[in-house]
Design a protein around this ligand. Structure first.
Ligand code: UN1
Length: 495
């Protein structure tokens, strides 16, 4: 079986004639082949998107949105099959894969609703007989370069706002999640999207780079690593391309000594080890107030040890594999780094084997203790089932440690003290803050994104997404019949 690119409404073999393979990360078995697209394929896709732009941008937004509604309905109808493909290709356990698809559905319905909103401002002029308003304009061709960890949800975060605003898209998914990409684009085709409005090119880093560098790409929306994101930002700055970046996190759960410990513990286990820690929003730090730290850490270790690793298709699996050998190697290297810096591997710390796990990329849920805030394991995004326990003297120090990393995606704090809670909400320097809930589980109707190195100030999701995928046009209509000069003609006021 081999996937095809989708260019100008047709499923096509790559002109490069090269293919890559994807394996099931739980078993190592090959599940599909897909194009390793070359510059010609990318150019064809961008050409198709550029050619489709004029007609699509002038299709009334509510009409565009109807296609999104249909796509959401199709996703809903096929939810189980879509979820199984997510598990098959990237390993998360089936209930989480269903959540991924549900988030894609939610986002698609939400943005379809924007077909009849997209409001601008109507605002007074400083001159008589003059009307002022603002409207949103699409950018043109949007390149959506997406990761594998939410292979249904994140493409929808990017494609749906782009489309409802009248942009056309070239979609380059991660080479680790080709099935979901083909499923999503197939659904958009079936929902009635005109040819060229969404194009799909499979490939690796070089395909992504060729897409970013295509002259007719007006905007790049990228979710992935900090290193690649910075390269994209630098390139886009040079050529005045719009850019949206989502580059990860080093999120913490703060537990103060008055917190509901059982609740905090449930949240810690779910946020640190859900999706095997492969979420931008994963809790990779636990910042614990000294008095409760020993007991909390002990229980966290007990809970981590009890988690059942397994193929995500198995009903009793709680934690699936990592996505790839490279990711497994990376997580393993961090165990060396942790030891070298003086941290203690309190549980886990190694690959998991036996019991049917041998063929997959499984890593044991890991708790690192004796971690200081400045250590690399407490500063760098690991993207695996690893969390670092850091102790602190009180809420002020907890906030300082929380904010003392380069990323700023999510913070969570557990406390029953309202003053401390409100103070923390104000001071936690992240794009998302949770009180008495873990770090994962953002909903589609609120802005999603982070401060500092996590992004470039843009947000996905919520109505904030509209700002990323459009720009404003301000319109002045003067019906006075004479030349009126703003700032200079000042009759009738205080002067
Ligand atoms: C991501 O990991 O990049 O809040 C996205 C959450 C999910 C989205 C995660 N709704 O964990």
């Amino acid at each position: 079986m081999a996937e095809k690119n989708f260019i100008h409404g047709r499923w096509a073999d790559p002109r490069s004639e090269r293919y890559l393979e994807r394996e099931n990360p739980a078993t190592g078995e090959t599940i599909t082949r897909f194009p390793d697209s070359g510059p010609q394929d990318v150019a064809d896709a961008v050409h198709a998107a550029a050619a489709a732009f004029e007609a699509w941008r002038f299709t009334p937004a509510p009409r565009r949105a109807e296609i999104l509604f249909r796509a959401a309905e199709l996703m809903q109808a096929r939810k189980e099959k879509l979820a199984r493909d997510v598990t098959l290709e990237m390993g998360k356990v089936l209930p989480e894969a269903r959540g991924d698809v549900q988030e894609a559905i939610d986002m698609t319905y939400f943005l379809a609703g924007e077909g009849r909103r997209q409001a601008g401002q109507a605002i007074p002029s400083e001159l008589p007989d003059k009307i002022c308003f603002s409207v949103r304009q699409p950018h043109g061709v949007v390149a959506a370069v997406t990761p594998w960890n939410f292979p249904m949800a994140i493409p929808c975060w990017k494609l749906m706002p782009a489309l409802v605003l009248g942009n056309t898209v070239v979609f380059k998914p991660s080479p680790y999640s080709p099935l979901s990409a083909a499923n999503l684009v197939g659904i958009l085709e079936e929902a009635g999207l005109p040819a060229g409005v969404v194009n799909l090119v499979f490939g690796g880093d070089q395909t992504g780079a060729a897409l970013v560098e295509e002259r007719r790409v007006a905007m790049v929306s990228f979710t992935g690593s900090l290193e690649v994101g910075r390269e994209i930002a630098a390139y886009c700055a040079r050529y005045s391309k719009r850019v949206h970046l989502e580059l990860g996190g080093k999120n913490a759960i703060i537990v103060l000594d008055d917190a509901d410990m059982d609740l905090a513990l449930d949240a810690a286990v779910w946020s640190a080890f859900g999706t095997s820690g492969q979420r931008c929003t994963a809790a990779s730090r636990m910042i614990l107030e000294e008095r409760i730290a020993p007991a909390f850490t002990d229980q966290l270790i007990t809970r981590a040890r009890a988690l059942r690793l397994g193929n995500g298709m198995d009903a009793d699996a709680e934690v699936g594999p990592l996505v790839s050998q490279a990711q497994l190697d990376k997580v393993e290297r961090y165990m060396e780094i942790a030891r070298d810096e003086g941290a203690t591997i309190a549980c886990g710390g190694a690959r998991a084997a036996g019991d049917g796990l041998d063929g997959g990329y499984f890593f044991q849920p890991t708790v690192l203790a004796d971690v200081e805030p400045g250590m690399r394991v407490a500063q760098e995004e690991i993207f695996g089932p690893v969390t670092s326990v850091i102790t602190c003297s009180g809420v002020e120090r907890a906030l300082e440690i929380n904010n003392g990393v380069q990323f700023g995606l999510v913070s969570a704090i557990f406390t029953r003290d309202m003053s401390k809670a409100l103070r923390a909400i104000e001071r936690l320097d992240t794009g998302i803050v949770y009180l008495n809930a873990g770090t994962i589980g953002a909903e589609v109707q609120l802005p999603f994104g982070g401060t500092r190195a996590t992004g470039n100030g843009h947000r996905e999701a919520g109505q904030a997404a509209l700002d990323s995928y459009s720009e404003w046009k301000s319109v002045y209509i003067d019906y006075s019949g004479r030349l009126q000069k703003a700032q200079i003609d000042r009759s009738g006021g205080a002067n």
